[in-house]
Design a protein around this ligand. Structure first.
Ligand code: IMP
Ligand code: MG
Length: 177
């Protein structure tokens, strides 16, 4: 126990399920206090944030809505690099408090893209919640308002995070051995 093999690689427990759940409960309490009376819209980013969003919302006691989006990235037909697409945002967010829920902020590219896309819809404010943050990998000036854990710049898997499609269902978070 304590280790898992996924595809060709071995991982060991880095953050236990109990520690994760305690932290999520704490974030939920904090959010409930901060958002009381605001009726925020939570925007959870699939696939990675599905478990974090589900467990977090169990601890949010204020009136709120939740919706799920996906950021598809594909190489454009031209050599200009990555083209991104935000899929699934049907709610009207003008004038509302929006809270993005992510599994991890690594370079911050995805977070930056999401914030810029949502800003176009003129919300009254955007807050960002991420279970994990890799401060040493961050390339953008992004403020994560609600952070679960700051982690080193190592590859992690579990609790929503995958290695080549596997491992999202693990209750603990694992790091490469
Ligand atoms: P970004 O570099 O902040 O844009 O992160 C992009 C995406 O990479 C995240 O949403 C995750 O899906 C994925 N990612 C970043 N770090 C890890 C990791 O350690 N394990 C698994 N996926 C990761
Ligand atoms: Mg993600």
């Amino acid at each position: 126990m304590g280790t898992v093999k996924i595809h060709d690689k071995e991982f060991k427990v880095s953050i236990s399920a109990e520690v994760i759940q305690n932290k999520i409960a704490e974030l939920g309490r904090q959010l409930s206090e901060d958002m009381n009376g605001k009726r925020p819209l939570f925007v959870a980013v699939l696939n990675g944030a599905f478990l974090f969003a589900a467990d977090l919302l169990k601890h949010v006691t204020c009136e709120c809505e939740i919706t799920f989006v996906r950021v598809s990235s594909y190489s454009g037909t031209q050599s200009t690099g990555q083209v991104r697409n935000l899929i699934g945002l049907n709610e009207k967010i003008e004038g509302r408090t929006v809270i993005i829920i992510e599994d991890i902020v690594d370079t911050g590219d995805t977070a930056m893209y999401l914030i810029n896309e949502l800003k176009k819809e003129r919300p009254s404010e955007i807050k960002f919640a991420s279970l994990l943050l890799k401060p040493k990998a961050l390339k953008h000036d992004i403020h994560v308002d609600y952070t679960g854990f700051e982690v080193p710049n190592d590859f992690l898997v579990g609790f929503g995070l995958d290695y080549d499609g596997l491992g999202r269902n693990l209750n603990d978070i694992y790091t490469l051995i």
